[in-house]
Design a protein around this ligand. Structure first.
Ligand code: AMP
Length: 113
């Protein structure tokens, strides 16, 4: 199996707290939440980061962004939320498998960086 943490989570080799799954994507609770609701949405296919998005795999990204509003609705984020993806060293990416953070459940900071 791949050495990638999120590939292992997707495969069920490492436990996680799922909130959504379909053929292409998996969403689960962040282990160290930075907001009352903190969900990670990942493609099942291994894409390292935003730099790995191509014409060939971009349909998965579009699919993620159609699933995110459904996931947010199911999580009752009725007053809004933030979607974040970190990329590379300056972006503070710690897991090298593309993921989108959904953060909400309280008023978030206006600071973005
Ligand atoms: P990033 O720093 O943007 O790469 O985000 C990685 C995220 O993965 C962090 O918010 C971590 O808290 C989260 N994380 C790391 N290990 C796990 C795990 N085993 N289960 C759920 N979330 C995790």
């Amino acid at each position: 199996m791949s050495d990638c943490l999120f590939c292992k989570i997707i495969a069920g080799a490492i436990p996680s707290n799922p909130v959504y799954e379909d053929e292409w994507i998996y969403a689960f609770r962040d282990i160290a939440p930075q907001a009352p609701t903190h969900i990670l949405v990942v493609p099942k296919a291994h894409i390292a980061d935003v730099n790995g998005i191509t014409e060939e795999n971009s349909a998965i990204i579009a699919h993620i962004f159609t699933a995110i509003p459904q996931i947010a609705r199911a999580a009752e984020l009725t007053d809004g939320y933030r979607v974040v993806t970190n990329c590379g060293v300056h972006g503070c990416q710690s897991v090298q498998h593309l993921h989108f953070h959904i953060l909400g459940g309280r008023q978030l900071s206006g600071e973005m960086g």
